[in-house]
Design a protein around this ligand. Structure first.
Ligand code: ZN
Length: 143
């Protein structure tokens, strides 16, 4: 039996925006995911930080490719919050830019049976007011 594809959320519990995290959560307005990069030690980092944990430098936000692979995922069937109806796919995605650059996210436009660890995914954004919440879909879904 074919499972229905999980759709983007129409509502979410949204992050509190700060000067530090605002570029990450709102940067998707231009269709790109923005992640901090440290020029001093050539390192991408998530979540947003004031100083680079590697060298103490000041990282800057830059757009990334939006491509990644599924590091791990699970299907949630519990209705933990009324704004997030189950089922939903909770995932950790490794961004293409760096082996240890990972983002906690949701997978959309696919069903549990459509996805596997290591699959290629691409970023999409759910727009919730000022926030552009990054989620990922199978790379082949956008073709
Ligand atoms: Zn650094």
């Amino acid at each position: 039996m074919t499972q229905p594809a999980i759709q983007p959320a129409t509502e979410r519990m949204l992050p509190t925006l700060t000067d530090l995290n605002r570029p990450y959560w709102t940067g998707g307005a231009d269709g790109q995911l923005h992640v901090q990069y440290c020029d001093a030690c050539s390192n991408w980092m998530l979540p947003p930080v004031a100083t680079c944990p590697g060298c103490g430098g000041v990282p800057q936000f830059r757009p990334v490719s939006g491509r990644g692979t599924v590091f791990t995922y699970t299907t949630n069937h519990q209705p933990f919050h009324p704004k997030i109806p189950p089922p939903n796919l909770i995932a950790v995605v490794t961004l293409a830019e760096q082996d240890d650059l990972r983002v906690m996210t949701n997978l959309i436009n696919c069903a549990e049976d459509d996805i596997s660890v290591g699959d290629d995914v691409v970023v999409r954004f759910e727009n919730h007011g000022e926030v552009y919440y990054p989620v990922f879909e199978p790379a082949e879904a956008g073709k």
